[in-house]
Write a protein of this length. Structure first.
Length: 178
Protein backbone atom coordinates (compact mmCIF):
# COMPACT_ATOMS: atom_id res chain seq x y z
CA UNK A 1 0.00 0.00 0.00
CA UNK A 2 1.43 3.40 -0.92
CA UNK A 3 1.47 6.45 1.30
CA UNK A 4 -0.52 9.51 0.25
CA UNK A 5 2.61 11.64 0.89
CA UNK A 6 4.67 12.23 -2.24
CA UNK A 7 7.92 14.18 -2.50
CA UNK A 8 8.84 14.97 -6.08
CA UNK A 9 11.01 17.39 -8.02
CA UNK A 10 8.99 20.42 -9.08
CA UNK A 11 8.01 21.12 -12.64
CA UNK A 12 9.35 24.46 -13.84
CA UNK A 13 5.99 26.08 -14.62
CA UNK A 14 4.18 29.32 -13.70
CA UNK A 15 1.54 27.30 -11.85
CA UNK A 16 4.13 25.68 -9.62
CA UNK A 17 5.77 29.10 -9.12
CA UNK A 18 2.46 30.48 -7.84
CA UNK A 19 2.07 27.55 -5.44
CA UNK A 20 5.64 28.00 -4.16
CA UNK A 21 5.14 31.74 -3.70
CA UNK A 22 2.05 31.15 -1.56
CA UNK A 23 3.56 28.34 0.50
CA UNK A 24 6.88 30.17 0.86
CA UNK A 25 5.16 33.26 2.21
CA UNK A 26 2.99 31.18 4.55
CA UNK A 27 5.74 29.01 6.00
CA UNK A 28 8.29 31.82 6.39
CA UNK A 29 5.68 33.98 8.10
CA UNK A 30 4.60 31.14 10.40
CA UNK A 31 8.21 30.47 11.34
CA UNK A 32 9.55 33.99 11.86
CA UNK A 33 6.77 36.61 12.22
CA UNK A 34 6.75 36.47 16.03
CA UNK A 35 10.46 37.38 16.16
CA UNK A 36 10.54 40.18 13.57
CA UNK A 37 8.77 43.48 12.92
CA UNK A 38 5.80 43.49 10.56
CA UNK A 39 7.61 45.94 8.25
CA UNK A 40 10.73 43.76 8.01
CA UNK A 41 8.61 40.64 7.42
CA UNK A 42 6.57 42.28 4.67
CA UNK A 43 9.65 43.65 2.93
CA UNK A 44 11.33 40.22 2.97
CA UNK A 45 8.22 38.33 1.88
CA UNK A 46 7.57 40.75 -0.99
CA UNK A 47 11.17 40.53 -2.23
CA UNK A 48 11.55 36.77 -1.83
CA UNK A 49 8.22 35.08 -2.46
CA UNK A 50 6.67 36.74 -5.47
CA UNK A 51 5.50 34.45 -8.27
CA UNK A 52 8.00 35.97 -10.73
CA UNK A 53 10.88 35.41 -8.29
CA UNK A 54 9.80 31.82 -7.73
CA UNK A 55 9.61 31.22 -11.49
CA UNK A 56 13.16 32.61 -11.92
CA UNK A 57 14.38 30.27 -9.19
CA UNK A 58 12.52 27.31 -10.71
CA UNK A 59 14.11 27.98 -14.10
CA UNK A 60 17.67 28.22 -12.72
CA UNK A 61 19.47 25.03 -13.86
CA UNK A 62 21.40 24.89 -10.55
CA UNK A 63 18.21 24.96 -8.44
CA UNK A 64 16.05 21.98 -7.53
CA UNK A 65 12.75 22.28 -5.71
CA UNK A 66 11.36 19.24 -3.92
CA UNK A 67 7.63 19.45 -3.28
CA UNK A 68 5.88 17.52 -0.51
CA UNK A 69 2.26 16.84 -1.33
CA UNK A 70 -0.31 15.10 0.80
CA UNK A 71 -3.20 14.02 -1.40
CA UNK A 72 -2.26 16.70 -3.97
CA UNK A 73 -2.08 19.47 -1.34
CA UNK A 74 1.32 21.21 -1.08
CA UNK A 75 2.39 20.94 2.58
CA UNK A 76 6.16 21.46 2.45
CA UNK A 77 9.13 22.01 0.19
CA UNK A 78 12.89 22.20 -0.07
CA UNK A 79 14.89 24.51 -2.33
CA UNK A 80 18.33 23.13 -3.18
CA UNK A 81 21.22 24.78 -5.02
CA UNK A 82 23.97 22.80 -6.74
CA UNK A 83 27.57 24.08 -6.67
CA UNK A 84 27.00 26.39 -3.71
CA UNK A 85 29.92 28.37 -2.35
CA UNK A 86 28.22 29.05 1.00
CA UNK A 87 30.84 28.76 3.73
CA UNK A 88 33.54 27.83 1.24
CA UNK A 89 37.07 29.14 1.62
CA UNK A 90 38.15 31.46 -1.22
CA UNK A 91 39.74 29.57 -4.09
CA UNK A 92 38.08 26.25 -3.22
CA UNK A 93 35.82 24.51 -5.74
CA UNK A 94 32.05 24.59 -5.23
CA UNK A 95 31.65 21.45 -7.35
CA UNK A 96 30.11 18.53 -5.50
CA UNK A 97 28.31 20.77 -2.97
CA UNK A 98 24.58 21.11 -2.44
CA UNK A 99 23.05 23.95 -0.43
CA UNK A 100 19.73 23.60 1.31
CA UNK A 101 18.48 27.12 0.66
CA UNK A 102 15.06 26.50 2.20
CA UNK A 103 13.38 23.56 3.88
CA UNK A 104 9.94 24.40 5.25
CA UNK A 105 6.73 22.62 6.18
CA UNK A 106 3.41 24.19 7.04
CA UNK A 107 2.96 24.83 10.75
CA UNK A 108 0.20 22.21 10.99
CA UNK A 109 2.72 19.63 9.70
CA UNK A 110 5.55 20.44 12.12
CA UNK A 111 6.32 17.40 14.27
CA UNK A 112 4.79 14.86 11.88
CA UNK A 113 8.05 13.64 10.34
CA UNK A 114 7.49 15.56 7.11
CA UNK A 115 10.64 17.65 7.63
CA UNK A 116 12.66 14.47 8.13
CA UNK A 117 11.15 12.99 4.97
CA UNK A 118 12.16 16.10 3.02
CA UNK A 119 15.68 15.86 4.47
CA UNK A 120 16.01 12.20 3.52
CA UNK A 121 14.85 13.04 -0.02
CA UNK A 122 17.37 15.91 -0.08
CA UNK A 123 20.15 13.49 0.88
CA UNK A 124 19.07 11.21 -1.99
CA UNK A 125 19.20 14.17 -4.37
CA UNK A 126 22.71 15.05 -3.14
CA UNK A 127 23.91 11.50 -3.77
CA UNK A 128 22.28 11.44 -7.22
CA UNK A 129 24.30 14.55 -8.11
CA UNK A 130 27.46 13.03 -6.60
CA UNK A 131 27.73 15.74 -3.97
CA UNK A 132 30.31 15.31 -1.24
CA UNK A 133 28.85 17.89 1.14
CA UNK A 134 25.63 19.66 2.04
CA UNK A 135 25.60 23.19 3.47
CA UNK A 136 22.93 25.53 4.75
CA UNK A 137 22.39 28.76 6.63
CA UNK A 138 20.11 28.81 9.67
CA UNK A 139 19.23 31.75 11.92
CA UNK A 140 21.27 31.52 15.10
CA UNK A 141 18.09 31.98 17.18
CA UNK A 142 16.14 29.20 15.43
CA UNK A 143 16.97 26.52 18.00
CA UNK A 144 14.33 24.08 16.74
CA UNK A 145 15.82 24.09 13.21
CA UNK A 146 19.39 23.90 14.51
CA UNK A 147 18.50 20.82 16.60
CA UNK A 148 16.77 19.27 13.56
CA UNK A 149 19.87 19.71 11.37
CA UNK A 150 22.18 18.44 14.12
CA UNK A 151 20.12 15.22 14.29
CA UNK A 152 21.09 14.70 10.63
CA UNK A 153 24.78 15.24 11.36
CA UNK A 154 25.21 18.90 10.35
CA UNK A 155 27.92 20.82 12.18
CA UNK A 156 28.61 24.56 12.41
CA UNK A 157 31.49 25.77 10.22
CA UNK A 158 30.94 29.54 10.34
CA UNK A 159 28.38 32.29 10.09
CA UNK A 160 27.21 35.00 7.71
CA UNK A 161 24.87 37.97 7.62
CA UNK A 162 21.25 37.49 6.59
CA UNK A 163 19.16 40.59 5.90
CA UNK A 164 15.46 40.43 6.69
CA UNK A 165 13.94 43.73 5.63
CA UNK A 166 16.14 46.30 7.35
CA UNK A 167 17.34 43.92 10.08
CA UNK A 168 20.75 42.31 9.60
CA UNK A 169 20.74 38.98 11.44
CA UNK A 170 23.32 36.23 11.88
CA UNK A 171 22.93 32.84 10.27
CA UNK A 172 25.05 29.90 11.28
CA UNK A 173 26.55 28.00 8.35
CA UNK A 174 26.16 24.26 8.85
CA UNK A 175 27.83 21.49 6.85
CA UNK A 176 27.41 17.74 6.51
CA UNK A 177 29.87 15.58 4.62
CA UNK A 178 28.62 12.70 2.50
Amino acid sequence: MSTPLRIVAAKRTPGVAAELAALGRQTFYETFAADNTPADMEAYLAATFGTEQQLRELQDPHVIFLLARMQQELVGYAMLRLQSDLGLEPGKSADNRLEIVRLYVREDWVGTGLGASLMRRTLEEARTHKCRALVLGVWEQNTRAIAFYQRFGFKAIGQHAFTLGSDVQTDLILRKGL
